[in-house]
Design a protein around this ligand. Structure first.
Ligand code: ADP
Length: 422
């Protein structure tokens, strides 16, 4: 029997990495694409993840992007699909989760799916169809004041009814407690009643394995990364992550570099800790603006002159007061673009010189460096810190550790270097 391959359409980059990480930790081998990715993915991959920037965009755009992603995933051999959105269902009545779900159902010639945003390990639960954040109804949580998507209702059936064309229904917690067969029977009954979207009550991570079993045959499911964990856990029968992580683990061969372009509190602490352990050099904004080309060569030459291990560090990281001064002097956008441009040039130059591993701090910085290195997709490897895996490029001998702002603890840069293997 041909194994099934799941195609995941995630509504933002962090969400994509999030669900990919949960699936790997539950035993699935996962490839994540940048844009539309390379021509092909490894044969043994269980799931392919595409990330969009559709969370807050108008429904029409989100639908078009999601349908294009669906077609791309079908090309790559996926035969089941997962629309991944945030566990806080960041979507008001004008939101696009309903329209995207309707469009994906229509494209797959289906009329029924599930709505499962719960992520109990992060305090997101669903009971009687209502979404809770750390035990507080969504519309009483911090999400009620979200700048882009203020959530004024916690009831997922009403939220779907307001956005989508079809009929919502509920799989109540009593049914989930009765097990996967009971959930399947309930889903069949709801379908017979003309329900299009079944909201799934979920209070614990192990409920998600029950639900993963119950929905594993559906052509389309929708939800948060918790359901991704449940699906992987059910289909690999808890076989564990070791095998799955190996596909994305960083190789020992070749040198490594730490690039820090984040100014978050945690990154400042990480840079300070790593300054005690490895050769380091500050990236000056004035020099980045003056002659980025020459400065990038100077920095790359400095890196080449340092011992290989521990990996040398280039950092633009500044404490909040200094950062404010720099930004006041040069302009926020101008300063950050200059820094990003130099990091991109340094990374590209050192990759040409045989560097194989880049440990990068900063969400935007990570995006720029990944782009400069020409990476079109990667396999997800072992987690250095929660939510930050090593990833290995598909089409080049390159591994990346991409850490946004506050992720990881103080020893992150040193810890990342403990994962190399032959
Ligand atoms: P985070 O994940 O912490 O938000 P990002 O990389 O997304 O980190 O954003 C940090 C931004 O700050 C980047 O655009 C980076 O170029 C910019 N930056 C970093 N260091 C400096 C600096 N010394 N002066 C001005 N801007 C900087």
């Amino acid at each position: 029997m041909m194994a099934h391959r799941l195609g995941v359409i995630a509504d933002d980059f962090t969400g994509a990495t999030d669900i990919a990480g949960f699936m790997v930790e539950n035993g699935w081998r996962v490839t994540q694409l940048i844009g539309h990715g390379p021509a092909d993915v490894p044969a043994e991959v269980d799931a392919v993840v595409i990330s969009l920037k559709s969370r807050s965009c108008p429904a029409e755009q989100a639908v078009a992007d999601s349908l294009a992603a669906l077609a791309r995933l079908q090309d790559l051999g996926c035969d089941r699909f997962f629309f991944k959105y945030c566990s806080t269902f960041d979507s008001t009545a004008e939101g696009n989760i309903g329209p995207v779900t309707d469009a994906l159902l229509a494209a797959l010639d289906q009329e029924f799916t599930v709505i499962c945003p719960a992520l109990p390990v992060n305090g997101r639960t669903v009971c009687h169809g209502n979404l809770f954040v750390n035990g507080v109804p969504l519309n009483e949580s911090g999400m009620k004041d979200h700048p882009i998507t203020p959530m004024k209702d916690a009831n997922l059936l009403r939220l779907m009814a307001a956005q989508a064309k079809g009929l919502p229904g509920l799989v109540d917690y009593q049914v989930v407690l009765a097990g996967a067969d009971a959930v399947k029977a309930k889903l069949t009954a709801l379908t017979a009643d003309g329900v299009n979207y079944a909201v799934l009550d979920t209070l614990t991570m192990s409920d998600l394995t029950v639900l993963g079993e119950a929905v594993s045959d559906l052509p389309l499911v929708t939800g948060g990364s918790g359901l991704g964990a449940g699906l992987a856990c059910y289909t690999t029968a808890g076989q564990g992550a070791k095998h799955a992580r190996a596909l994305g683990a960083p190789a020992a061969a070749g040198r490594a570099l730490v690039l820090s372009g984040s100014c978050s509190l945690m990154t400042n602490a990480q840079v300070a800790a790593y300054q005690q352990q490895a050769p380091h050099r500050q990236v000056e904004v004035a020099s980045c603006l003056e002659d980025p080309q020459a400065y990038a060569i100077e920095l790359a030459d400095w890196v080449l002159d340092q011992p290989a291990s521990p990996a040398p560090m280039l950092y633009a990281t500044q404490a909040p007061e200094q950062l404010a001064q720099i930004q006041a002097r040069y302009g926020v956008a101008r300063a950050s673009e200059a820094v990003e441009g130099v990091f991109a040039r340094v990374a590209a130059r050192l990759a040409e010189q045989g560097f194989t591993k880049f440990i990068v701090a900063g969400g935007e910085t990570s995006g720029i460096v990944t782009q400069a290195l020409g990476v079109s997709g990667f396999n997800i490897g072992p987690q250095i810190a929660p939510g930050v895996p090593w990833v290995r490029a598909l089409d080049k001998p390159l591994s990346l550790a991409l850490k946004s702002g506050n992720f990881g603890d103080e020893q992150f840069f040193a810890k990342a270097q403990e994962f190399y293997h032959d």
